[in-house]
Design a protein around this ligand. Structure first.
Ligand SMILES: [Ca+2]
Ligand SMILES: [Ca+2]
Length: 220
């Protein structure tokens, strides 16, 4: 009986050479992911699509679905050659490496920004919303063309309310906000992501002492 089962299983494997083999229970499974991001209404953010723990990655073909409040600004290649296109709110990317890559591999870097779904309110706050960053895998293959098993971790794109200049998040702009930036720059205190977005009042993507000066100037 055991012999018959073995023969049937062997025949199934031979007949389906492109079948994706499931990850070994308890083993390390290649994991494709895009991180969660929080972004203010006027910001852009660049995130990597990564596959971790992969062995001999030769080619891949993936789609990234995203919602109405997201716009794709740019798609850049990273560790592999890629070709990409954006169609109907789907980023389609495929690429290959003739030698194969192992370890943690960045498949592409994608720059996203929110698209408006409302107007800036009188107190300076802005609309918020979330969108799933849904990765659909057409396939991963090794350099011999054999399918690579994997798991997928989707991300969430969240638009957060921002009040530029309000670093301590008390919904007012005061000299305390400028001082917090200066303290942060000299290494005397941390700022969370939302605070950093608010701190960059010059909108150059960098929190610097110029931002603190501009906040102080706005108060005199
Ligand atoms: Ca404040
Ligand atoms: Ca700045």
């Amino acid at each position: 009986m055991k012999k018959i089962i073995f023969i049937i299983m062997a025949a199934l494997i031979l007949l389906t050479p492109n079948m994706v083999m499931a990850c070994i229970p308890g083993g390390v499974c290649p994991t494709i992911s895009i991180p969660d991001v929080e972004v203010g209404m006027q910001e852009e953010v660049t995130v990597p699509i990564t596959i971790k723990y992969v062995n001999d990655l030769g080619a891949y073909d993936i789609w990234l679905h995203y919602g109405q409040n997201v716009e794709v600004v740019a798609i850049e290649e990273a560790d592999l050659f890629i070709v990409h296109n954006v169609v109907d709110r789907i980023v389609r990317i495929c690429g290959w490496d003739t030698c194969g890559i192992s370890g943690d591999v960045v498949l592409a870097n994608i720059t996203l920004k929110p698209v408006g779904c409302g107007t800036v309110s009188s107190d300076g706050t802005e609309p918020s919303g979330t969108s799933i960053l849904d990765i659909e895998v057409v396939g991963f293959w090794d350099t011999s063309g054999k399918a690579i098993g994997h798991v997928v971790e989707d991300g969430v794109f969240t638009i957060i309310e921002t009040i530029k200049g309000d670093v301590d998040l008390d919904k007012e702009i005061t000299i305390v906000d400028a001082l917090l930036i200066a303290q942060y720059l000299v290494g005397n205190g941390e700022l969370e992501n939302k605070q950093l977005i608010n701190a960059d009042i010059s909108n150059d993507g960098v929190v610097s002492i110029v931002d603190a000066m501009l906040i102080a100037q706005s108060l005199v």
